[in-house]
Design a protein around this ligand. Structure first.
Ligand code: HC0
Length: 568
């Protein structure tokens, strides 16, 4: 252990700790901007400068290791003045558009400017004038608001293994962008939005589609239905001030009705349906042959990642569309028929913790109803914005139930929102369908948690089924490389794009960090335990759907509406 003194308080921390970590241990908050725990530790912005006795210059606390007997001051007039200079220099090259910025009141730079009482900027210098990149249907970049913290580069490269962003030019002209300042739509960006989740300002954010939804809700000809993703109910409360991990399912449903949606349905319903289709597909591949390991196919960022980096492995993907797209196809066929509504009048909105879903819904494969199956995707952040615009608050909304039949679901559908949840839901069903026996314990705890790669072997009848779950795309590469070289012995692999699963999706409330992800994951499993039904094959509305419309899993209609092949 290393002992040191910070602001006249003694503290001991393990060797290798930084001043920032030591300060955190005794509750001394040092401001940070570029720092992102475990991901971006580069000391670039210098806002965390502190004085170290005996040092010739101030030191960046986030990258300076502690030494025995070190004496640190974090709040002297000199430190405060130096941090003010840093802020003023950043702001001197920042468009002062706070009132119209998507991150207004949720911007780390704005918050620091307020905390440091910045009332004017002494440096009236030049401005970089790079243009906005609005080429992507999911993510928009505004380099004018970029403070060059490089968090986006680190998360894209180190966590997701995509490397779509880099630095260009030098000095004052430095630009964070795809190589050669190419537009996002033209590079290998998978639209996961993890960059937007870590951006401290409004330099990278989701494409805002709220106006399209307001317009549809105001159109008397439209029958507007909404589906909510499994993870949204443990997220949307945060956009209205609730603590991370708050479950607001009923209030969210009520709020959506207040906004004017004609029906409030649940993606958990089609998550259950996905398990029946995908489970049967797995059994068919195991019994009759087919590409193994089979890999889940519900995460559009993962699909795009596979198309860019592992195209030869596309046959391993399940042919199932994602639950959000299955929902869209059924809303404009089964539901429209049942409700006696012309499908051209049905307008389908999704609320997802995901930016890539905005891209998924406009893919050419996603028109099997004869129309674009899902019309608009909103992120959890955008729904929070709409609730605020409508003057709604969670505490004043009495909980309400989803509409039937596309709102009836089980706990298995709910756990899709957490890493390992799709696998656990599939195992609950595959085990019981194959063995004809009820599971004594339905929780497969080995599927849960934030480990990079989780593996398990589950005895299903005579067959030991070997499964793996990867957490974030960077970890997915590890199992994909094994398949590529022919050394994988897995039967079934879950790959979801974002760290923690959808609870940590790129459209989640900001901030989202490891602790917040864990709170939301805990909430997902609490929701599962609360449900009366917890296995997808027990969902009565899915059984009715097969009876009335689809006939059987993997049947003709299922293939037409619910399955696809990714070939790009
Ligand atoms: Fe997900 Fe999904 S679980 S991708 O993370 O499978 O976004 O929550 O809606 O489609 O159901 C996101 C979340 C979904 C889909 C489901 C899957």
């Amino acid at each position: 252990m290393i002992s040191l003194m910070i602001d006249k308080q003694n503290v001991s921390v393990p060797e290798g700790s930084t001043i920032l970590q030591a300060a955190g241990k005794i509750g001394v908050r040092i401001p940070t901007l570029c720092y992102l725990k475990d991901i971006n530790v580069i000391g670039a912005c210098r806002i965390c400068m502190v004085q170290v006795q005996g040092a010739r210059t101030m030191m960046a606390a986030c990258v300076t290791p502690v030494t025995e007997g070190m004496i640190v001051r974090t709040n002297t007039p000199e430190v405060i003045a130096a941090r003010r200079v840093v802020l003023e220099l950043i702001l001197s090259d920042h468009p002062m558009e706070c009132l119209t910025c998507v991150r207004n009141q949720n911007c780390e730079l704005q918050r620091l400017a307020e905390e440091f009482n910045i009332k004017g900027i002494r440096f009236d210098g030049a401005r970089t004038e790079y243009g906005i990149d609005d080429s992507s249907p999911a993510i928009q970049r505004d380099p004018r608001k970029c403070i060059l913290c490089r968090r986006c580069i680190s998360v894209c490269s180190e966590v997701q293994g995509v490397k779509a962003l880099t630095t260009g030019h030098r000095g004052f002209n430095t630009l964070i962008a795809p190589a050669f300042n190419e537009r996002l739509a033209n590079v290998e960006c998978v639209q996961c939005g993890q960059c937007s989740l870590v951006c401290p300002t409004g330099a990278i954010h989701e494409v805002d589609d709220t106006e399209k939804v307001w317009a549809a809700l105001a159109d008397p000809k439209k029958h507007v239905v909404v589906q909510t993703a499994p993870a949204t109910r443990v997220q949307v409360g945060e956009t209205m001030g609730a603590a991370p991990g708050s479950i607001v399912t009923g209030q969210m449903v009520a709020g959506l009705r207040r906004l004017g949606f004609d029906k409030v349905f649940d993606t958990d319903f089609t998550a259950d349906l996905t398990i029946l289709e995908e489970g049967n597909e797995l059994l068919q591949r195991l019994q009759n042959g087919g590409a193994l390991p089979m890999i889940t196919s519900c995460s559009p960022g993962w699909i795009k990642f596979a198309e860019h980096f592992y195209p030869e492995l596309l046959p391993h993907l399940s042919t199932c569309k994602s639950p959000q797209q299955m929902f869209g196809a059924l809303a404009k066929t089964y539901y429209a028929q049942k409700a006696g509504i012309d499908p051209s009048d049905v307008f389908v909105v999704s609320v997802m913790p995901c930016t890539a879903k905005k891209f998924e819904c406009i893919r050419p494969e996603m028109r099997s109803s004869g129309y674009q199956d899902v019309d608009v995707v909103l992120t959890s952040r955008e729904l929070g914005r709409m609730f605020k615009q409508a003057g709604l608050s969670m505490e004043n909304l009495p909980p309400e139930e989803y509409d039937a039949p596309l709102g009836i679901s089980t706990g298995a559908g709910e756990i899709f929102g957490a890493s390992g949840g799709v696998m656990e839901a599939a195992l609950r069903t595959v085990y019981e369908v194959v063995t004809g026996q009820s599971l004594e314990t339905i929780e497969f705890k080995e599927c849960r948690g934030l480990d990079g790669v989780k593996e398990a072997t589950v005895q299903v009848g005579a067959l030991p089924v070997r499964v793996a779950i990867t957490n974030g795309l960077g970890n997915a590469r590890k199992v994909l490389e094994k398949i590529r070289e022919g050394s994988s012995d897995h039967h079934f692999i879950e790959i979801m794009c974002c760290p923690g699963g959808c609870v940590g999706g790129g459209g989640s409330p900001i901030p989202t960090n490891k602790e917040i992800r864990l709170n939301r994951i805990d909430a997902v499993y609490r929701e599962d335990e609360r449900m009366a039904l917890r296995k997808s094959h027990d969902n009565p509305a899915v059984a009715e759907l097969y009876k009335e419309f689809l006939e059987k899993p993997l049947g003709h209609k299922s293939h037409q509406l619910l399955h696809t092949h990714y070939t790009e």
